[in-house]
Ligand binder design. Structure first.
Ligand SMILES: [Zn+2]
Length: 295
């Protein structure tokens, strides 16, 4: 051993850039000056990444968004009015530590539940919007999530304006057992009623949209869209492989796979989202088709 090794051996490795996040912070953009893309590994200014709606400037990877970031990037500035903001979950099954976990997530995410609902406009078109946030209990669906979404749909129905939902969810919330599963039926019926009354439903599935959410309101839009690369699934890959005893294709359960197999209408890049949804809202507004053609 060389003498100099004695002095360097146990010293921590020097970091090249002090503000780069660790590998473990995969889908979240920390409050650093620089951010590393988990897909292409390129390093970019966090500020520029945020300006680009959290889409990697190099490879187009879509970082996860919080509900507030989604409001900022999708809804006209200053037009958002939140609905049922104060609604919080109780612990109906006395599940151990559930209330503590909710409180922790509330403090961490600064929202009361895994969905934020409200009214706002997109390029002047009024909508009711529901935005799920995977940073709260992994976006899982308990009774409050189901209730807030149902009330949002009913609000859209009452005002006769379109309903737009962004989904991001790990599925039903196990701490509320069967009450979570009931939300699938409740939200689905509300959407059916709204649809009967001529309401327009646009669903945008973001990464990840799984379990009971993918099997209910996420897939019930008049238009079902997804962001590139989003995981969209009901059961997990291993569970399916074990039950059908077959290996599944590599891209199984991605937005791209689902588009190829007719489950989605389109994949929309986040930076095009406002324009594309504006077009749809214009086409569907009363008399919209005529105006559309005249232009
Ligand atoms: Zn990238």
């Amino acid at each position: 051993m060389a003498l100099k090794d004695l002095f360097t051996k146990n010293q921590p490795k020097k970091k090249k850039y002090a503000t780069i996040p660790k590998e473990t912070v995969k889908n979240d953009v920390p409050e650093g000056i620089m951010t590393k893309c988990p897909s292409c590994k390129k390093i970019m200014y966090t500020k520029e990444l945020l300006k680009n709606s959290k889409v990697c400037l190099s490879c187009g990877f879509h970082f996860q968004m919080t509900a507030q970031e989604r409001i900022d990037s999708f809804i006209d500035e200053g037009s958002f009015v939140e609905l049922n903001e104060e609604m919080v979950s109780v612990n109906p099954l006395n599940f151990p530590d559930y209330l503590e976990k909710l409180e922790k997530d509330r403090q961490k995410s600064k929202i009361n539940e895994a969905v934020v609902t409200g009214m706002g406009s997109v390029n002047g078109h009024k909508i009711v919007v529901a935005i799920m946030d995977a940073s709260f209990r992994m976006g899982s669906m308990g009774s409050v999530v189901g209730e807030k979404i149902t009330r949002a749909i009913e609000k859209a129905d009452e005002l006769s304006i379109p309903f737009v939902i962004f989904t991001a969810s790990g599925g039903a919330r196990m701490q509320e057992g069967a009450l979570s599963l009931m939300q699938m039926a409740k939200t689905s019926v509300a959407l059916k009623r709204f649809s009967h009354n001529g309401g327009l439903i646009i669903s945008i599935m973001t990464h990840p949209t799984t379990g009971g959410v993918s099997a209910s309101f996420a897939s019930l839009g008049d238009y079902n869209f997804a962001e590139p690369g989003a995981l969209i699934a009901f059961a997990g890959r291993r569970v399916i492989e074990q039950s059908i005893r077959e290996e599944l294709p590599e891209d199984f359960q991605t937005a791209e796979f689902l588009l190829k197999h007719g489950q989605l209408d389109a994949i929309i890049t986040r930076t095009d989202l406002v324009d594309q949804i504006t077009n749809l809202l214009e086409i569907h507004q009363p008399g919209g088709e005529l105006e559309w053609q005249e232009n």
